[in-house]
Design a protein. Structure first.
Length: 72
């Protein structure tokens, strides 16, 4: 197990990884960290898309100020 790979998993999780991950190989930890990062990017893109769709419900003149308030 690589401390670097476990550290990357920890970074992607945003928390200390469970002790059970210590049994994984460096390659498995690297794959897990990559999958977590990809999933985080997909979720962020989905949230951004949903936010833009929601802004479509705001009257056109108010969209700019609302966007600046919500997405500083």
């Amino acid at each position: 197990m690589s401390n670097e790979a476990l550290s990357r998993v920890s970074t992607e999780l945003g928390a200390t990884p469970p002790d059970s991950l210590a049994h994984l190989t460096s390659d498995q930890l690297t794959l897990l960290a990559s999958a977590l990062g990809t999933e985080r990017a997909h979720r962020a893109a989905g949230l951004e898309e949903a936010a833009e769709a929601a802004l479509g419900l705001v009257p056109a003149l108010a969209r700019g100020p609302v966007r600046r308030i919500l997405f500083k």
